[in-house]
Design a protein around this ligand. Structure first.
Ligand code: NAD
Length: 368
């Protein structure tokens, strides 16, 4: 693809900034080795911006974010956030960004790297070779439904949240999952609670209808969300794409995140509706946060952020060979036993954030 892609980089706070800096070195390699046409700009997001502007992102940068073809984000949070009012966090933090960009689809790939069998909480033969993708609806359901709140007097209060989905909301997230399955192994498993929830029964009906009408080349199964949680631990290799709603997706994707043994190796993407010009808002971020406990020490694992670059190249730039090269270089690096502290077995000296990235880049060059 040779269309200019505008990428906005928001490194953020703590290790967000550290791992993003390293992932950009990998992106630079891909741009040059694969002749990609990209304009990469970087701006601040997080506590420093708050101290200057009273918001976590400036209005001008929010406007840039809305126009970007893709955003590479690190993480925000940590020291100083006790001074950030809740509304400022909601409106100008990561939730605000997701809202302004209309990011309704969250994609969380999980791979069980064979080399990490010794750090995963699952047995090697269960985790090794896992390659699944959780597609979670991000803007509807129980977390946003109305009415909500707490009513009544002390002693007789009622807490209310509403689980609500429209057909249109279910259909659009189902399409994201089916389209993703077309680029993978062609299987979608939709997780719901259609046995006890009306909105869950509607979810199942609409997913079945969209499948029959538009995606009959894909294999569709349905599973109850509680059984899905069990199967993610017992037999995760059975899954290709797991499609689910906001709340179940929150739980299932975090459960699946345990498979590789560290939060530090997991990327994610959030996608919006395709724009009139054919581009699609997309934000890529490692699953982990700003990790104040290790920030500034240069020991964070950069692999999640590096795999975000691969996801972005595949999803937003259609640069599949470059993405595959990065994924292979990461796997080769892990196979060679190179480990940051979070994935180092007891007794092994870990490498730094930078040395891990150096190891990935040297394999990229060697494999090219
Ligand atoms: P966290 O993901 O930052 O850290 C959890 C644990 O995992 C820590 O012990 C940390 O050292 C470790 N860890 C995380 N990423 C790692 C990496 N790449 N390499 C090595 N070890 C890693 O979660 P937390 O401690 O609950 O939250 C810390 C801050 O991050 C909070 O302010 C929280 O609000 C914020 N946060 C932000 C995002 C985001 O910006 N999207 C997501 C989650 C948490």
């Amino acid at each position: 693809m040779n269309t200019l892609l505008n990428i906005l980089v928001l490194p953020g706070d703590g290790i967000g900034a550290e791992v993003t800096a390293e992932s950009l070195r990998v992106l630079d390699w891909a741009v040059s080795a694969h002749s990609l046409d990209m304009k990469i700009s970087e701006t601040q997001f997080g506590i420093e911006v708050f101290r200057e502007h009273g918001a976590l992102i400036s209005n001008a940068d929010m406007a840039l974010a809305k126009r970007a073809d893709a955003i590479l984000f690190g993480a925000i949070g940590g020291p100083g956030y006790q001074d950030v009012p809740a509304q400022v966090r909601r409106e100008t933090g990561i939730l605000g960004l997701r809202k302004h960009l209309g990011l309704f689809a969250n994609l969380r790939p999980v791979r069980g790297f064979a080399a990490l069998g010794d750090v995963s909480p699952l047995k090697s033969d269960i985790m090794s070779g896992v390659d699944l993708l959780v597609v979670r609806e991000l803007t509807g359901g129980l977390y946003f439904g109305e009415p909500r709140g707490v009513t009544g007097e002390a002693g007789a209060r009622r807490g209310i949240n509403t689980h609500v989905y429209t057909e249109a909301e279910i259909a659009r997230i189902a399409r994201v999952a089916f389209e993703a399955a077309r680029t993978r192994r062609g299987k979608v498993c939709s997780a719901d609670k259609s046995n006890v929830m009306e909105a869950g029964a509607l979810w199942r009906d609409v997913v079945t209808e969209i499948h029959a009408a538009e995606f009959s080349d894909i294999t569709l199964d349905h599973i109850l969300a509680d059984n899905c949680a069990l199967q993610i631990i017992r037999d995760p290799k059975r899954f290709d794409v797991i499609l689910t709603d906001n709340m179940f997706g929150d739980l299932l994707s975090d459960g699946a995140a345990a498979i590789p043994g560290s939060l530090g190796v997991l990327p994610s993407a959030s996608l919006g509706e395709t724009r009139k010009n054919g581009s699609r808002p997309a934000l890529y971020e490692p699953v982990h946060g700003s990790a104040p406990d290790i920030a500034g020490k240069g020991i964070a694992n950069p692999i999640g952020a590096i795999l975000c670059v691969a996801m972005m190249l595949r999803q937003s730039a259609n640069a599949n060979p470059a993405a595959a090269a990065i994924e292979k270089a990461v796997e080769d690096t892990l196979d060679a036993g190179i480990r940051t502290a979070d994935i180092a077995p007891t007794g092994q000296s870990p490498v730094s954030t930078r040395a891990m990235t150096d190891a990935v880049i040297s394999r990229l060059s060697a494999n090219a």
